[in-house]
Design a protein around this ligand. Structure first.
Ligand code: GLU
Length: 305
């Protein structure tokens, strides 16, 4: 497949959309990101990398990090313990909503809404003596880059403006679905939301999911085949905020988006693809990024369907 030519065509096709949409503005550092960026990268399971645009520029991966925390929690405690405390259904509510938690007794709908990610982080805080280091080590191993890091300015602002996340964590704790101190759990949550990486690094870090749990670059088995399938299924049904149905319809790939404008997706058995453009649509997904992924599955003719 001529991936390089396809990426270049897509970059041209989406040009009119780049700069449209709203940049996330709940913290100053994200509000300051230039709207005119566009990047896309593909990492194939057989080791090839293709890229276009600002694909080596790092950006705030935000909620995309929730795929890595979920992977670590699944490895650490297994399916049964994990899914007693968090569900696996799309929420149909905004990612930071509180209402569902009240009538569902503190069990978040899925691991990708904020409430679910906070429970996953609680599992990591219990399982690892230094969870932030463990997560960073895991992310560095997956990207193959030991310079990827948390952005301390973003992490600080997440904490300063994290009123709703603090409310969620306290609420979950009141239902006894949090084992650790709210502040310890949130410090991990704010840290992983601040992880910065480029599209090339993100595509590389997702390729183990495309390769059924086995990292093709290091040869390490990150997840079993079945676990990789389950995480991909959760991405498909819960990974793109309150627009998963529309995203599946348009793109047809398991994907996870973040409010920094990044989206990582996989084509099982083939490749991981990452896209970044900071202008968001109404649902909080990258506007040009969603279109680029739609064009990618249309032009290549491959999706999970
Ligand atoms: N860090 C933000 C929050 O927790 C947004 C995360 C995201 O959905 O990308 O509210």
């Amino acid at each position: 497949m001529e991936y390089q030519a396809i990426l270049e065509e897509i970059a041209e096709d989406v040009r009119p959309l780049v700069g449209k949409g709203q940049v996330a503005d709940y913290i100053p550092k994200l509000a300051a990101v230039p709207l005119d960026r566009f990047a896309m990268a593909v990492q194939t399971v057989d080791g090839k990398t293709y890229a276009v645009g600002d694909a080596r520029e790092r950006f705030s991966i935000q909620s995309i990090s929730k795929v890595f925390t979920l992977t670590m929690a699944l490895k650490a405690v297994g399916e049964e313990a994990l899914f007693q405390r968090v569900g696996r259904e799309p929420s149909g509510t905004p990612f930071n909503s509180l209402v569902q938690l009240e009538y569902e007794d503190g069990i978040p709908r899925n691991p990708f809404i904020n409430a679910g990610a906070i429970v996953v982080d609680d599992i990591l805080v219990s399982a690892f003596p230094r969870p932030r280091n463990a997560l960073l080590g895991f992310f560095r191993q997956l990207t193959g880059e030991d310079t990827v890091d948390y952005d301390p300015v973003v992490a600080r602002s997440e904490a300063d403006y994290g009123f709703r996340n603090r409310a969620l964590a306290n609420f979950i704790r009141s239902f006894e679905n949090l084992e650790n101190e709210v502040d310890r759990v949130l410090s991990l949550y704010f840290a992983h939301c601040s992880l910065a990486a480029s599209c090339v690094e993100l595509a590389r870090s997702f390729v183990f999911l495309a390769n059924h749990g086995l990292c093709p670059t290091t040869g390490e088995r990150v997840l079993t085949r079945s676990q990789a399938k389950r995480i991909s299924a959760l991405m498909m049904t819960c990974g793109t905020y309150d627009a998963v149905g529309e995203f599946a319809y348009l793109v047809g790939l398991p994907a996870k988006s973040g409010v920094g404008g990044g989206i990582s997706a996989t084509i099982p058995g083939e490749l991981a693809v990452a896209v970044w453009s900071p202008g968001l649509n109404k649902s909080g997904n990258s506007l040009a990024g969603t279109k680029a992924l739609e064009l990618f599955t249309t032009k290549t003719g491959i999706s999970v369907f």
